[in-house]
Design a protein around this ligand. Sequence first.
Ligand code: ADP
Ligand code: MG
Length: 215
Amino acid sequence: MRDADFFRRWMTAAAAAVEREADRLTELDSPIGDADHGSNLLRGFTAVRAALEEQAREEQAPAAAGEVLQLAGRTLISTVGGASGPLYGTLLRRTGKSLGEAAEVSDAELREALLAGVDAVAQLGGAAPGDKTMLDALVPGVAALSTSYRAAGDAAENGALATVPMQARKGRASYLGERSIGHQDPGATSSALLLGALADVAGAADGTDATDGVR
Ligand code: ADP
Ligand code: MG
């Protein structure tokens, strides 16, 4: 079972990954965007980390697993101006809401909740897989959760790589038409970081890190 602390660790690991990769995300957003994806997410996840720390300091840390993701989602929406803020905010809020009020949730419940979260992103942005957006990492990533958390991280990573030959049909990159071909989508790349962080945190919790790929 996964408790609120598990979700705090996930958000903290995601923030660390965004910090590590912010320059790369902004570089990817240069040829097919406006070179702000790394700084957008860095601002957002720094605020998420601060909000979680503040709650912990005030001993108001939520006991409900889903509440952590809802707080993170609200924080992203209020701090990230670009397209990715409302989209990631919606992903986390809807996922958190779907988890409900329980103190602990099962892996199957988390998978269902993430599927609902990804659906909400597709609804809000009107994009589908193949449009060269974050959905090209999120959809295969969350689908692979039925195998394992590590499989989900890997599938999201492969999904991000698969955006290179795609022509963008949504977001800023779509303004470039065919010139968007040949570049990796920044949002799909950050989505792979998010699911990679989940795989790391789950692996650490389950003690599967050392044996990853062995058994
Ligand atoms: P902005 O495009 O406003 O500068 P960001 O640079 O932070 O915002 O995020 C860009 C990323 O957002 C894109 O790489 C893409 O993955 C994602 N994105 C943009 N529009 C959509 C959409 N309609 N649906 C899903 N994802 C989208
Ligand atoms: Mg941008």
